[in-house]
Write a protein that binds this ligand. Structure first.
Ligand SMILES: Cc1ncc(COP(=O)(O)O)c(C=O)c1O
Length: 385
C-alpha cells in the first residue's frame, strides 16, 4: 500500500503567489483553478534548485531530446504505450499547442467539435485559431458520461473539420474507453476530420480505470490524431510552461513539423528541466499523489452525503477535479456563486463549462483532507442559513 501524499499546511499555501492563492482574500478557501496543494516531487525540486544556482535559465534548445526521451519512458511504464521520441515536439503549454494545431489543420471559420461540459478554454481557444466551436455534449447516464459518437458523426458529416477531445475529461473525470476512442478514430477518418486529444490529466488515472492513449486506440487513430500533454497537471508545474505534441504516423508528424519554430522556442527551459525529472524520476511521488487523490475522491462522497445530501457526484476516474450536481439543493444555475458569497469557498462555476454545467460546480480535491473537510463543512452550513 502506498502512503498517501500529505498536502502543505494552509499557512504555507497562503504564501504562494499563484492564481489559486491570489485571486481571493484569505477568508476564502480556494478549491477552484487546477493547481494542487503539495510540495514538489523531490527530484523535481532538486533539478530546479540546481538549475537556478547554475543560472541555467536561458532558452530551451529547439529539438532537445530530454522531454521526448523522458516521456517515451513514462508512457511505456505507465500506459504500455511505445512513443517514438522523434515524434514528440515541445511547446509552451497545452493550450498553445491546441491553438497551433487547430491553425495547422483548419481554415478560418471552420467548425471544431467540443464536448461540454468541458474545460472552459476549449470554448475560448477559437479566438486564437479563428475557428468556431460546435458543441456535441457528452451523454449522461447512470454509468457516467460518454462521448455522443452519433452526434460527432453528424457534426463531421455537416462539415466540422476536427474534434478537441479531452481524455481524461475535465470536469467529469471520465477516462474514455478504448472501444469508444477506436470508434471515434474510424468516424473521424471516414470524414477526413482530425482528432486533437488533450491528455494532460492522463498521468492522474486513478485505481480502477485504464487510460487508453488516443493514438493507440486503433490503427486509424494514429492516422487522424495528435496527442497533447505535459507533466504540468500531475506535478503542479503549470507555471513552468512546457508541454508537448505527440504523433504516431507520417502525415500528422509532417503537420507538426510545419508548425513555426517560434512555437517550440516558447518552451521554458525550467519547464523542460522539471518535466524531464518528473517524467523520469517522479513515479514514486506520483503513486503517493494518486493514493491521496483516491482517498480524497471517496472522502468527498462521504462529505457530500453529510453536508450536502442530494448533491450528485460520481468520483472521477482520473485527476483531481470533482464535478458535482447541486441541483437538488435549489442553489440555482450557478451554485458556485452562492457558495463563494455565503460559504467563502471558491469553486469553478458549472455554467463556465457550457450549457450542461447549469446547477453544477467543480471542486478541486488536489489538497489535504483537512481543507476539503473544512470546505464541505462551510458549504453544509449554507443549508442551515
Ligand atoms: C484539459 C486541460 N487542458 C489543458 C489545461 C491547461 O494546460 P496548459 O496550462 O498546459 O495550457 C488544463 C488545465 O487545467 C486542462 O484541464
Amino acid at each position: 500500500m502506498t502512503t498517501p501524499l500529505d498536502a502543505l499546511p494552509l499557512h504555507v499555501l497562503r504564501t504562494r503567489t499563484s492564481s489559486k492563492w491570489m485571486r481571493y482574500p484569505d477568508d476564502v478557501l480556494p478549491l477552484f483553478v487546477a493547481e494542487t496543494d503539495f510540495a514538489l516531487a523531490e527530484p523535481v525540486e532538486r533539478v530546479l534548485l540546481d538549475a537556478v544556482r547554475r543560472g541555467d535559465t536561458g532558452y530551451a534548445p529547439p529539438g532537445d531530446s530530454r522531454i521526448p526521451m523522458a516521456f517515451a519512458g513514462f508512457a511505456a511504464r505507465r500506459f504500455g504505450w511505445q512513443v517514438d521520441p522523434a515524434r514528440v515536439r515541445t511547446t509552451c503549454d497545452v493550450m498553445m499547442g491546441v491553438a497551433e494545431l487547430l491553425r495547422a489543420v483548419t481554415a478560418p471559420g471552420d467548425r471544431v467539435v467540443i464536448t461540454p461540459p468541458v474545460y472552459p478554454p476549449f470554448f475560448d481557444v477559437h479566438d486564437e485559431s479563428r475557428t468556431v466551436a460546435e458543441s456535441v455534449p457528452l451523454l449522461r447516464s447512470d454509468e457516467g458520461w460518454t462521448l455522443d459518437l452519433a452526434g460527432i458523426d453528424r457534426a463531421f458529416a455537416g462539415g466540422a473539420r476536427a474534434i478537441l477531445l479531452c481524455n481524461p475529461h475535465n470536469p467529469t473525470g471520465t477516462v474514455h474507453d478504448a472501444g469508444t476512442l477506436a470508434e471515434l478514430a474510424r468516424i473521424a477518418q471516414r470524414h477526413g476530420a482530425w482528432v486533437i486529444s488533450d491528455e494532460i490529466h492522463a498521468p492522474l488515472t486513478l485505481p480502477g480505470a485504464t487510460f487508453t492513449p488516443f493514438l493507440t486506440a486503433a490503427p486509424e487513430a494514429a492516422e487522424v490524431g495528435f496527442a497533447l500533454t505535459s507533466a504540468s497537471k500531475a506535478f503542479n508545474l503549470a507555471g513552468l510552461k512546457c508541454a508537448f505534441i505527440v504523433t504516431a504516423a507520417d502525415e500528422p508528424a509532417r503537420i507538426v513539423r510545419r508548425i513555426p519554430d517560434e512555437v517550440e522556442w516558447r518552451t521554458s527551459i525550467l519547464g523542460l528541466i522539471a518535466g524531464e525529472a518528473a517524467l523520469s524520476l517522479g513515479d514514486a511521488w506520483l503513486d503517493a499523489l494518486l493514493a491521496r487523490l483516491d482517498t480524497n475522491r471517496h472522502l468527498l462522497s462521504d462529505l457530500l452525503a453529510e453536508h450536502a445530501p442530494g448533491a450528485l457526484y460520481r468520483p472521477p476516474q482520473a485527476g483531481f477535479l470533482a464535478w458535482v450536481d447541486f441541483t437538488a439543493l435549489g442553489w440555482g444555475e450557478d451554485p458556485a456563486a452562492l457558495i463563494l458569497k455565503a460559504a467563502r469557498v471558491a469553486l469553478n462555476p458549472g455554467p463556465s463549462f457550457g450549457e450542461p454545467g447549469r446547477g453544477f460546480a467543480r471542486i478541486n480535491i488536489g489538497t489535504g483532507p483537512e481543507i476539503l473537510s473544512e470546505a464541505l463543512r462551510r458549504i453544509g452550513a449554507l443549508r442551515a442559513s
